[in-house]
Design a protein around this ligand. Sequence first.
Ligand code: NDP
Ligand code: MG
Length: 393
Amino acid sequence: MQPNRKIRLAVIGATGSVGRATLDICRRFRETFDVVAVAARTNAQGLFTLATEFQSRYAYLQTPSTETIQKFQEKDIELLAGDDGLSSIASLDCVDHVVFASSGTDAIVPLKHALLANKNVSLANKESIVAAGPWIMPLVRRPDQLRPIDSEHSAIWQCLRDEPAKGVRKILLTASGGPFREWSLERMRHITPSDALKHPVWAMGAKITVDSATLMNKGIECIEAMQLFNLSPPAVGALIHPKSLVHGIVEFTDATMKLLLSQADMRLPAAAAIAWPERLPLSESFPLDFCVPSPQEWALTFSEPDHDRFPCLRLAIQAVEMGEAYPPLLVGADQFAVGAFLEGRIPFLMISNIIERTMERFSGCAPKSIEDAIALISEGERISAEVYSATGG
Ligand code: NDP
Ligand code: MG
């Protein structure tokens, strides 16, 4: 961090769960961060409130109304729009660091532009790396130019600092197990969207909350980790850890491990990413004391995921093994299936079923470009819609 100059940030997905967590850190450390630009998809009022609070010079909405454009103009905020607008936000000259905290896959091309413009990037959006990692990762020019915000990846990233790659034997991502960790398969037949949206530990957006309940989130995170840390399937695993205190574990070749432990709050990995190489003074706000409330409360338990009740984790690993077309296909199929579940069109247990059948049906080629990878996400959505229709939906 340069001592006399604020870090000039663009926050994409500013109105969402991770975006707000990141902005909370910026609010606490106004002398360190200048939020130059904020972006959301449709939440004009939420974005306007944030843009005026942080006195941002730029904002982005996908298709703002004339009235909205005028409202931003009156406050001297330049409002960008359309597909290219998001890439423009990600490569503004007056921005040092872009935070990708948007949901979905619209961030892929802006992420590419941010890296090409040599910005530092903090990345929460996992879909973009899972679908387009083979084209995004080669654009990273400097160590730590790309910093993960996803808590497990932030943990691994922090544990790997100053560690030579050849000393790493395995990395393990922890999962709370979600709200249905102890439910029988019979009981799981009757899961409603409101059951699935009650996560025991994390407060997150709807899509990722359902992905956490199916364990697809952990599967997607395993693929994300393979891309970020250049590892292959046997070297990346997942462990159920209901307390969500340990976020990631690195096992080294000399039979030692490093674990990263913190409160389960996305403000912490967001702070680690945007402030690197500094550590912000947050210990009073997020205290860790092994004797409070009692040492027993700190007992750490880990178990293997149950692949029979939660097949999505296995499907994600299979997608990597099946070839480069399958991770983007899986992202598209999961987007469709989670949407259909949230709209009450399919039962919870059918999410994995639709994804599995989409992967079986696909017979296309491996992607040769980032555009092909993006097209495969749409293909995953299209095939899964067909699979759904075939069930009489
Ligand atoms: P939310 O649903 O809470 O928020 C999504 C945000 O993205 C909103 O600000 C939304 O704007 C914005 N957005 C969506 N599409 C676009 C677009 N095309 N252009 C600009 N902004 C857009 O999601 P989360 O915060 O939960 O998740 C965000 C990402 O981070 C996901 O990829 C998720 O997997 C990942 N993640 C989330 C974690 C969490 O704890 N929530 C943890 C780790 C990773 P609008 O409000 O207008 O719709
Ligand atoms: Mg995570």
